[in-house]
Design a binder for this molecule. Structure first.
Ligand code: DON
Length: 580
């Protein structure tokens, strides 16, 4: 056959075929200028063996690529994390921090805390003026808002303990995206446009993010970031916390009144911690201990509502919303009083999770009347010293290892300071400390001594990367961004599946609500709450506020036939789920 066709082809045909092959190769390898790394986000996927859900399709692809090369779920997560630093610059990061919860195929669990730390010269009142008032913006915008970044140390620690592929391979997708550029999404273009003034305010040198009118499809190339990623690839921790990159971070700090020093960088360590675990009916919840408040709060919430017939009451019935909001009111009051970095403050975790304490905490719950937050306050228990203990991605690999990781710069693009030469944004995580007792941070959260600023301390987080077992088997992996609403969202999405009979997509996309003790109101997503239910709850004494959206879940559910269902949230157009 071949010999009869080929001789009949004219030179023009050969050219066309050759050009078509070149185009196809170009499209596959994404090497043509302007069309590099095209993607279309996919919200819902079912796959036989492995699944990755991230806030960006290119990051998801990076994770799958690593698993195809033989990497496990931790390898894939690391590749996703580095890729996110490139393709999702508003939250993906090298200059931030995060938490990783791991459940291995044999059921063993682990938790990694790579949260940012307060620099050595940080002090309790550093964001107050001479009269003791909070200086607006000082803990959120600009150089002084940045804590010592933890991400790179965390990813290296995760690889040293659990990685299977060579570390160098895990950075390859990120370096490619940074070096060759990728077309930004509409959502990223919108964010970039709305932060141009802030970028100009805090950055004196040109950087790739400064541009008059970003549009979807514009290609973002980040050469400086590619160089930093190569330094990390080749030198590991020293590629970030020492040498050129550290020098650039310190120079950036000095240029704008920041206080992160070379010594802070050299001494940053990620920390392995014992995950918190708790039971809800036949489920086991595996979650993050302090310096996140997420695990403690989630386990408290679940224990507080467990005695009530949620399933019988139904999704967003007035009874279910009432009891869930009342539990939240009490949990966030406890958070404000008792939660902080357990390396610095004796967080009474055992007492806070004690069954009898939680029953007592709900003793004044009135099924037909809202409690006032003023009356609630933080719970009381006798502190016994002996009892002291010390952007989301969900991944499951073909062997059944699962990773749930949430990472952040805090606000969009962190403190808006781009490290000149090194090519990444720095966090504004210092605002997660209680900068003054009782004064709310950007998420309206208040705190006290437990979360006061101290040198080297980690600021309290609400990030709640979570893994759930059902009857001893892997069941669900989930987490979300969303500041203070993270905890209540993980709580609700889990209950949507476990109690309200929803499939994962329904559970993620269902309307949400949120109560955080102060302010004393139930936040609901605009248009997503039954007006009659709202009226009934108002009659019980609840107050309401509508917001555009609450949190952005990325979750994986193990289906009864053993396959994996991954779902990204419709609330972020870039969320992406895909598997092998
Ligand atoms: O750690 C925390 O709780 C916050 N810094 C998280 C920030 C966040 O989720 C931003 N997204 N909306």
């Amino acid at each position: 056959m071949k010999s009869t066709i080929v001789p009949k082809m004219k030179p023009a045909h050969f050219f066309c075929v050759f050009a078509a092959i070149l185009w196809w190769l170009g499209a596959c390898q994404r090497v043509l200028p302007g069309v590099t790394h095209q993607y279309v986000a996919q919200k819902n996927a079912v796959a036989a063996s492995s699944m990755v859900v991230t806030p960006h399709a290119l990051a998801t692809r990076a994770g799958l690529e690593i698993m195809k090369q033989g990497g496990n779920a931790v390898d894939a997560t690391i590749a996703v994390h580095f890729a996110m630093a490139v393709v999702f610059p508003r939250a993906g990061n090298l200059g931030g921090g995060g938490f990783m919860v791991i459940r291995l195929k044999n059921g063993e669990t682990d938790a990694l805390d790579y949260r940012e730390k307060a620099p050595a010269s940080a002090y309790r009142d550093m964001y107050l003026d001479s009269l003791g008032n909070v200086v607006k913006g000082l803990s959120t915008d600009g150089h002084l808002a940045a804590g010592t970044p933890g991400t790179v140390a965390g990813l290296i620690a995760a690889h040293e303990k659990y990685g299977k592929l060579a570390f160098k391979k895990l950075l390859a997708p990120a370096i490619r995206f940074a070096e060759e550029g990728f077309p930004i999404s509409g959502a990223e273009a919108d964010r970039l446009n709305s932060f141009q003034t802030a970028f100009l305010k805090f950055n004196t040198q040109p950087n790739p993010f400064l541009k008059d009118n970003w549009k979807a499809g514009d290609v973002l190339v980040q050469k400086e970031l590619a160089r930093t990623l190569r330094l990390i690839r080749d030198k590991g921790k020293a590629g970030f916390y020492a040498g050129e990159t550290a020098g650039e971070i310190v120079a950036e700090m000095q240029s704008g009144g920041g206080i992160v020093t070379l010594d802070d960088l050299l001494h940053y360590e990620a920390k392995w911690r014992k995950p918190l675990t708790g039971k809800y009916k036949n489920y086991k919840i595996i979650a993050m201990p302090p310096s996140s408040s997420g695990g403690v709060a989630l386990l408290q919430l679940l224990k507080m509502v467990e005695p009530y017939p949620l399933q019988q009451w139904g999704f967003q019935s007035k009874e279910a919303v009432h009891v869930m909001a009342e539990a939240s009111r009490r949990v966030y009051a406890d958070r404000s009083q008792y939660l902080g970095d357990s390396d610095f403050y004796p967080v009474p975790i055992d007492s806070l999770l004690n069954d009898r304490y939680l029953l007592r905490r709900m003793a004044d719950f009135n099924p037909s009347k809202a409690t006032s937050s003023e009356a609630v306050g933080a719970g009381n228990f006798k502190i016994s010293l002996e009892s002291f203990e010390t952007e989301h991605t969900s991944v499951v690999d073909a062997e059944g290892n699962a990773v749930s990781v949430t990472t952040t710069l805090n606000s969009n693009y962190g403190c808006k300071v781009w490290v000149d030469g090194a090519g990444f944004f720095l966090n504004n995580e210092m605002d997660d400390f209680s900068v003054k007792p009782g004064i709310p941070n950007q998420f309206g959260l208040v705190g006290a001594e437990a979360n006061a600023i101290q040198p080297h301390k980690r600021m309290l987080s609400s990030m709640t990367p979570t893994i759930v077992e059902k009857d001893g088997q892997l069941f669900m992996v989930l987490g979300t961004p969303g500041g203070s609403t993270i905890i209540t969202t993980v709580f609700q999405v889990f209950l949507n599946v476990a109690e309200f009979g929803m499939d994962l997509e329904g559970a993620v996309n269902a309307g949400r609500f949120h109560h955080q003790w102060l302010p004393d109101l139930i936040m609901t997503e605009r248009g997503a709450f039954n007006p009659a239910t709202r009226q009934a709850l108002e009659n019980m004494g609840h107050h309401f506020q509508e917001v555009d959206r609450i949190a952005v879940i990325k979750a994986i559910l193990k289906l009864p036939d053993g396959s994996l269902n991954g779902v990204g949230d419709f609330r972020n157009p870039d969320d992406d789920a895909r598997g092998n």
